[in-house]
Design a protein around this ligand. Structure first.
Ligand code: PAF
Length: 281
C-alpha cells in the first residue's frame, strides 16, 4: 500500500493508473476503522482495479467542537487494517493540505434543500455542508470511477447522491450494508468511546429498530414511535428522534407507504455518546 500526504503526489500516482485504463474505487473515512470500513474496501476490490481510501478527520463537519476533539484517532492500527485488506493507496492529508484556504475560509454552499433540514440535519446544524465540502474536495482530488459509502449513515449517503447531482461529478455511488456486532449494535467509530456498561446497553437501538420493522405494517405509526421511544428511554438512552421515512426522499411518514421502501431511523444519546442507526423495510 502506498501512503500519500500531499495532493500532488497522490495525483501523480493516480494519473499513471488512470492512463493505464484502471478503474479507481474510493472509500473516504475519518479513521478509527472497524470492519464496516473494511467491508467498503472489500466491495471496492470486487468492482475496481485500484482501491484508494482516505483518513481525514474533517473539522468542518463537526458542529460540536468537543465531539471533534474527542473523535477517536487510531492511525497505526488503521494503516495496518487498510493494507491488510488490500487497499492500494491511502491518502492521509493534513488540515492545511485539505483546507489551503483555511478551515474558516470561504467554502461553497450546497443546495441540499429539505435533506439537510430533517433528522441529522436538524440536530447537527451545518454538519452536511461540512460533509459536502470535504467529500467534494476529495472527489476532485481522487476523481474516482466508484465511490463506496456505508448505509449506516443513511442520510449522509442521500446527501452525497445529491452532491454528485449538483456538481455533475460522474462517480458511481455504492451504498454498502451496515455491519453489526453479534448483539446487533451497528459498527461505528464512536462505539470505541462507550463504557463497558454503555456498550451492553447500546444494542437496544438495533433491537428497537427491529421492533419497529416487525410492527410497521400492523400498528399505527404514532403508537410504534411512542413504544420505541419508551424502550430507548427505559434502557437509559436520551433519544433525539425515532422516525419512519420514505427511503427515496426521507419524507417523514405517519402511515405506511402504499408502495416503495421505508427506512426507520434512530438517533439517541447514551451518556456523552450520540449513536445513530437505521434499517430498511
Ligand atoms: O462518514 C464519514 O466518515 C465522513 O462523514 C466522511 C464521508 C469520510 C466525510 O468526512
Amino acid at each position: 500500500m502506498y501512503l500519500f500526504k500531499r495532493v500532488a503526489d497522490l495525483q501523480e500516482a493516480l494519473g499513471q493508473e488512470k492512463k493505464a485504463g484502471k478503474r479507481i474505487g474510493f472509500a473516504p473515512t475519518m479513521g478509527a476503522l472497524h470492519q464496516g470500513h473494511i467491508s467498503l474496501i472489500n466491495e471496492a476490490k470486487t468492482q475496481c482495479d485500484i482501491v484508494v481510501s482516505s483518513i481525514f478527520v474533517n473539522p468542518t463537519q463537526f458542529n460540536d467542537p468537543k465531539d471533534f476533539e474527542k473523535y477517536p484517532v487510531t492511525i497505526k492500527e488503521d494503516i495496518l487494517a487498510l493494507s491488510g485488506a488490500g487497499t492500494d493507496i491511502l491518502f492521509l492529508p493534513s488540515v492545511e493540505e485539505m483546507y489551503p484556504e483555511g478551515v474558516n475560509g470561504k467554502h461553497p454552499h450546497y443546495g441540499f434543500g429539505y435533506l439537510e433540514t430533517v433528522l441529522e440535519g436538524a440536530y447537527r446544524p451545518n454538519h452536511f455542508q461540512g460533509v459536502g465540502i470535504v467529500v467534494h474536495k476529495l472527489l476532485n482530488i481522487v476523481e474516482p470511477d466508484d465511490l463506496f459509502m456505508g448505509q449506516k449513515d443513511f442520510q449522509q449517503c442521500m446527501i452525497i447522491k445529491r452532491l454528485l447531482e449538483i456538481t455533475g461529478i460522474p462517480a458511481k455511488l455504492h451504498i454498502c450494508p451496515t455491519l453489526r456486532e453479534t448483539d446487533g449494535l451497528a459498527m461505528s467509530s464512536r462505539n470505541m468511546r462507550l463504557s463497558p456498561s454503555e456498550r451492553q446497553t447500546a444494542a437496544q437501538i438495533s433491537r428497537t429498530l427491529l421492533y419497529i420493522k416487525e410492527n410497521v405494517k400492523q400498528l399505527p405509526f404514532p403508537e410504534i414511535k411512542q413504544n420505541a421511544w419508551k424502550q430507548l428511554q427505559d434502557a437509559g438512552f436520551q433519544p433525539d428522534y425515532v422516525e419512519i421515512a420514505n427511503a427515496d426522499d426521507l419524507q417523514l411518514l405517519d402511515k405506511p407507504l402504499p408502495s416503495g421502501q421505508m427506512v426507520m431511523l434512530i438517533a439517541a444519546k447514551l451518556g456523552e455518546i450520540r449513536l445513530i442507526d437505521n434499517m430498511l423495510t
